[in-house]
Design a protein around this ligand. Structure first.
Ligand code: CIR
Length: 266
């Protein structure tokens, strides 16, 4: 049993004491993307990454920053490699072939903090598809996460008293590209997800279509970290009366990434 087993972590909203992040490598532009934006600038990406790490530290987290993996240009999107709850860490099996091996590099780091369970073939699962809301996991079924992967994760969590629901991801890369928790039972989401049966029972803020990227907002120990440049969503988040930190994510957006993907929080 690990030293901090059961004492830390609180779903995708709070109770965090630690985070793991990975510095973007010079080859970050060779990662997967559907965006037609210009290639990312490494220097600017590093500055944005440093700002992100500082923001997590200001939320009270101790952040372990890992080195880039030269053979994995998407490896700084470290969230996709695992799902962590207080009782265990589930090592993912990323759905993209080019990313599958990233999880192997994260497992020894997480083994210092949690007992490990692994998603096995034929399951595939990206951490970006898993939204933890209290004792429930909302698991996106997407291009990167299949039903076998979702069932394996659901079973691992159910053994510790969690329940889970599959959520079809019909838009965006991952579930958390479009849906995130910004309060207890309060989800920020795009219109495509607003009528899903799987999300019934949650309060919701549905963002304007032109601000869809703002959905990738994180609630970390009471503070909202939100991508800069989305004034309408900002106004709606202001109404929640929480401290809000805006962060520039332009270089990560070029590679289909955002704030949640850049760390594992627990
Ligand atoms: C990918 O396509 O896998 C990366 N370029 C972006 C991953 C973003 N991860 C996330 O949203 N959790």
């Amino acid at each position: 049993m690990n030293a901090d087993h059961g004492r830390t972590g609180g779903g995708d909203t709070g109770g965090y004491t630690r985070a793991i992040a990975r510095r973007p490598g010079a080859n970050l532009g060779r990662g997967l993307t559907t965006s037609r934006l210009d290639p990312p600038d490494h220097g600017l990406a590093l500055a944005q990454f440093d700002g992100y790490v500082r923001a997590l530290e200001n939320c009270g987290l101790t952040v372990t920053v890992l080195d880039p993996l030269p053979e994995h240009p998407d490896a700084h999107f470290v969230e996709d490699t695992a799902v962590i709850v207080p009782e265990l860490a589930v090592i993912a099996r990323p759905g993209a072939d080019s990313r599958r091996d990233e999880a192997r590099h994260v497992a020894p780091v997480l083994a210092r903090h949690r007992d490990l369970v692994r998603i096995e073939a034929p399951g595939i699962l990206d951490g970006g598809d898993v939204l933890l809301a209290g004792r429930r996991a909302l698991i996106g079924i997407s291009e990167r996460t299949n039903e076998a992967g979702a069932r394996q994760l659901g079973a691992a969590l159910a053994a510790h008293g969690y329940d889970w629901r599959p959520v079809p991801v019909a838009a965006g890369l991952h579930l958390k590209s479009s849906v995130n928790a910004v309060g207890n039972d309060l989800l920020l989401m795009t219109a495509e997800f607003a009528d899903l049966e799987a999300l019934a029972g949650y309060d919701r803020i549905v963002v304007d279509e032109k601000e869809a990227n703002a959905c990738n907002t994180l609630l970390v120990n009471g503070r909202l970290l939100t991508p800069a440049g989305y004034p309408e969503t900002r106004r709606r988040l202001d109404a929640l009366a929480r401290e809000i930190v805006e962060l520039d994510t332009s270089e990560f957006r070029k590679m289909d990434g955002g704030l949640s993907c850049l760390s594992l929080r627990f």
